[in-house]
Design a protein around this ligand. Structure first.
Ligand code: MG
Length: 255
């Protein structure tokens, strides 16, 4: 008796489903609103699109400050290129960001010396968390025949994510990073609601695919999240003795 009722219900159910399917129209699954805004792309993939905030266009460091004391950024600008000045330390953006798309280009000196982590080390802190190297670092390092721990090579999220490939070019050649950063979200009590995620294209090749960070990147120890709000993007003046590296064409789109 019971099974007959179930069978009847099943037949009736599938009849109504079939009926609903018949009445469905293509328009039912079309989404027309909101319309994505029109953005004029750059002439090449690397050119800033119309809605980007240009952080460095070769002229000056107006968008940057020294990370430790917020004084005007003192790295060297010449021939449309920004070069790390190790004597002054890290620089960071005046503007604070949450989620964004970031483009930047970097170059190891053609006569770079040193080995491993001491060969052209710099870094992009995707969110600065204050002085020194506090934050979430996408490593910048000579990627060409330069052996080091793979979770610290160029394209790595320092000591957390090994890049999926090494598309690095030789010293003296410009390299590109195109980054999608999703900031961590915190609850009112400071606990973690959702972790940070990052996607990175290195010279156009996907090297980090929506990677979920364990917390800020650390030189020593295990990462742990601590609540924070919108943050600067920070560039690293690493303490190694090799010749300073350079940057150019830095722009960001807030998401
Ligand atoms: Mg570094």
């Amino acid at each position: 008796m019971k099974s007959k009722i179930i069978l009847t219900a099943l037949i009736a159910g599938s009849f109504f489903m079939a009926n609903a399917q018949e009445k469905a129209k293509p328009e039912d699954t079309e989404v027309w609103d909101p319309i994505p805004k029109v953005v004029v792309p750059g002439k090449t993939f690397a050119d800033a699109p119309s809605d980007a905030i240009v952080l460095f266009d070769g002229k000056n460091l107006d968008e940057w400050v020294q990370a430790d004391d917020q004084s005007p950024a003192k790295w060297d600008v010449a021939h449309n290129i920004l070069t790390v000045n190790k004597q002054y330390g890290n620089i960071e953006t005046k503007h604070k960001f949450t989620n964004y798309q970031l483009h930047l280009e970097w170059r190891e000196p053609v006569d770079i010396a040193g080995t491993g982590q001491a060969r052209g080390n710099s870094g992009v802190f995707l969110a600065s968390l204050g002085k020194g190297d506090a934050g979430y670092e996408l490593q910048v390092l000579d990627p060409y025949n330069n052996k080091t721990y793979v979770n610290g090579m160029a394209g790595s999220i320092y000591k957390q994510a090994i890049p999926l490939a090494n598309p690095g070019r030789k010293p003296g050649e410009w390299q590109t990073y195109d980054i999608v950063w999703t900031a961590p979200v915190f609850n009112e009590d400071g606990s973690l609601k959702s972790p940070a995620r990052v996607t990175v294209f290195f010279n156009g090749v996907l090297v980090e695919n929506n990677f979920t960070l364990l917390g800020p990147t650390l030189y020593i120890g295990k990462p742990e999240y601590k609540a924070h709000g919108p943050s600067s993007i920070k560039l690293q003046a690493h303490g190694d003795k090799s010749i300073p590296i350079s940057y150019r064409n830095i722009w960001v789109r807030e998401l």
